[in-house]
Design a protein around this ligand. Structure first.
Ligand code: PEP
Length: 256
């Protein structure tokens, strides 16, 4: 069974046109292993430039552009929001949904996240669905309950069969931007739980869903993390703002 690996860059509210140019120029020479996709997710104002520059540089077709968020609504009076149709028009292929910063600062609920995943899938975009527990939830052994409560509303809304087109990023909230990475054993154990949870609904779909690890991944720890049986790449924040570091991380990923 071939399961693709994905390395996705989440620039968050960082970066500028100079980084768009530097990253696309840098990725021209990135060495990717078999069955690997790279996705760059800048802030919305840079999506168009990134798509254009990727074309100008004739980047490998395994390299795509993603958004960091999308509205669950089709169109209308939703000031500040971006629709799936707008992303499609710009040739954006992926969208991060339910990042912990959106869940905590913008109060996105798992129900709203499920609506967004549904909207993305209906528009032919690949959602990168983020889930993860807080430090306190991990300390009080609620990790599995929390992850199940974040996944189940999405399964209920879109149906498990559609997960064949979903990418899941497991990001322990306490490891995001803190420099504290989950150990590779801890990350693997949690990824295995996620895969088994999906398998209860559909084993063959579960075996194919790429599960990414996110949380202070860098050029030094990526290889060990990506070598784990159920870790199929990463969602990279801070380190994705540095072209050479990001290229090293991309080169470490391998389809399984
Ligand atoms: C993220 O924002 O999704 C993330 C994983 O950030 P960092 O790599 O900086 O921890």
């Amino acid at each position: 069974m071939a399961r693709r690996a994905i390395v996705a860059a989440n620039w968050k509210m960082n970066g500028d046109l100079a980084l768009v140019d530097a990253m696309t120029a840098g990725l021209k020479t990135v060495a990717l292993q078999d069955n690997v996709n790279v996705v760059i997710c800048p802030s919305a104002p840079y999506l168009s430039s990134l798509v254009t520059q990727a074309n100008v540089q004739s980047l490998n077709s395994a390299i795509a552009v993603g958004a960091q968020n999308v509205s669950e609504h089709e169109s209308g009076a939703y000031t500040g929001e971006v629709s799936t149709q707008m992303l499609n028009e710009l040739s954006v292929k992926f969208v991060i949904i339910g990042h912990s910063e959106r869940r905590s600062y913008y109060k996105e609920t798992s129900t709203q996240v499920a609506h967004k995943v549904n909207a993305a899938l209906s528009a032919g975009l690949t959602p990168i669905l983020c889930i993860g527990e807080s430090e306190e939830e991990r300390a009080t052994e609620q990790t599995e309950t929390v992850l199940a409560s974040q996944l189940q509303p999405v399964i209920d809304e879109v149906g498990i069969e559609k997960f064949i087109d979903v990418v899941i990023a497991y990001e322990p909230v306490w490891a995001i931007g803190t420099g504290k990475t989950a150990s590779s054993e801890m990350a693997q154990e949690t990824h295995q739980f996620i895969r088994q949870f999906l398998a209860q609904a559909n084993e063959s779909v579960a075996a194919k869903v790429p599960l990414l690890y996110g949380g202070s991944v860098n050029a030094s720890n990526c290889e060990e993390l990506f070598a784990q049986a159920d870790i199929d790449g990463g969602l990279i924040g801070g380190a994705s703002l540095h072209v050479e570091q990001f290229k090293t991380i991309c080169s470490a990923a391998k389809g399984k």
